[in-house]
Ligand binder design. Structure first.
Ligand SMILES: [Zn+2]
Ligand SMILES: [Zn+2]
Length: 362
């Protein structure tokens, strides 16, 4: 039986969803399925003999979500554009249930964050029209993570309080550690997925680092636009956003030839001397224990990978970063991390030495 979490909001497992889809329900009108496959055939594979009718309404991919508020052509989300964000369909007995299906595996490395917006909107809208069941396979990790985020946002609850509150309805919930880390980021971003925040940028870089570690091809399309190219060629989307006024921003130029190598928006901030607390839920790596407050500032800046970094595309674990115009040595990259002079570890790291770049406003 599904557990009631709030008025018109239930949590359950695959059996609960199958039962409602096969037999209908006098209370549930909407189902949010979070399973490793979005296909309704997942139910027949789970238990042979089950056949659930469905009629597709639409499928939405990560790249479809528009790029109107994205500066240059920075990837909007850490998901690849061809990744299915969700599918929506009429399903079940007499096609009476509206089912949104989000493909997500229960793994720590899985990108929950980039699915949250659509899930939370669906829950909110469904509760206005009827009642919604959020389910995954066991009703323990994925569905609980999404409902936790929903409670955090609606009731402005810190992560721990939201989980505690959910446990009052359903004792067995326990999102996996990777999801907990991401929910903590969600809290720190102000109960939203703020893709311009440095928290999100570091998350996106971590996702890229994970795919590097899995041996996936890292090509320049996953990198930020090259700010040194003349405006206009920087982004094919530039004309699509005429309403956005370019405001003055800090630019980092090669000291030798003055080519722009990075903009403020490419910088990944870190708190000097602090470990990776912003995305290490468990193993908080300490900063440098010998560092005292007031020690000298960081000697490097860390940026997201940018398209001029040809040495990164060659696929090595680490290497030099050189100016694409005059070939001056600017810094270093290492997918497994670099320690800043302040003691902080940045992983993965794309580092520019402050002594090799000039800062100006453009
Ligand atoms: Zn530092
Ligand atoms: Zn140069």
């Amino acid at each position: 039986m599904p557990y009631l979490v709030r008025e018109h909001l239930f949590i359950g497992n695959i059996g609960d969803a199958a039962d409602i889809l096969q037999n209908g329900s006098n209370k549930i009108t909407h189902i949010l399925s979070v399973l490793s496959s979005e296909s309704i055939s997942f139910f027949s594979e789970w238990r042979s003999g089950i056949s659930i009718p469905c009629k597709e309404i639409r499928k939405v991919y990560s790249g479809d979500s528009g790029s109107k508020d994205v500066p240059h052509d920075m990837p909007k989300s850490a998901l690849s554009p061809d990744k299915l964000l969700y599918s929506l369909e009429h399903a079940g007995k007499d096609l009476k249930i509206v089912r949104m299906a989000v493909p997500l595996r229960d793994m720590e490395s899985e990108n929950l964050l980039d699915h949250l917006d659509v899930c939370l909107d669906f829950i909110e809208d469904s509760r206005k029209e009827g009642s919604v069941l959020v389910h995954c396979f066991a009703g323990v990790s994925r569905s609980a993570a999404i409902i936790t985020a929903y409670l955090m946002k609606c009731e402005q609850l810190p992560l721990e309080d939201a989980i505690e509150s959910l446990k009052q309805s359903c004792e067995s919930v326990g999102p996996n550690d990777g999801f907990l880390e991401q929910l903590k980021m969600f809290e720190r971003m102000g109960f939203k997925v703020d893709r311009a925040s440095s928290i999100y940028k570091r998350f996106r870089l971590k996702v890229l680092g994970d795919s590097y570690n899995r041996g996936e091809q890292i090509d320049g399309s996953k990198f930020g636009a090259d700010p040194g190219l003349p405006a206009g060629t920087v982004s094919s989307n530039a004309e699509a956003s005429p309403g956005i006024q370019a405001s003055p921003t800090r630019a980092f130029r090669c000291k030798k030839c003055r080519r722009v190598m990075a903009l403020q928006e490419n910088i990944l901030d870190h708190v000097p001397g602090e470990g990776e607390s912003c995305f290490d839920w468990h193993k908080r790596r300490g900063g440098n224990p010998f560092r005292r407050p007031g020690d000298e500032e960081c000697s490097s800046i860390f940026v997201e990978p940018l398209r001029w970094m040809k040495t990164v595309e060659e696929g090595g674990l680490e290497g030099k970063l050189t100016c694409s115009h005059c070939e001056a040595r600017l810094g270093y990259f290492n997918w497994s991390g670099i320690q800043c002079s302040c003691g902080s570890w940045i992983t993965p790291a794309f580092q520019l030495h402050k002594s090799r770049v000039d800062i100006s406003t453009i």
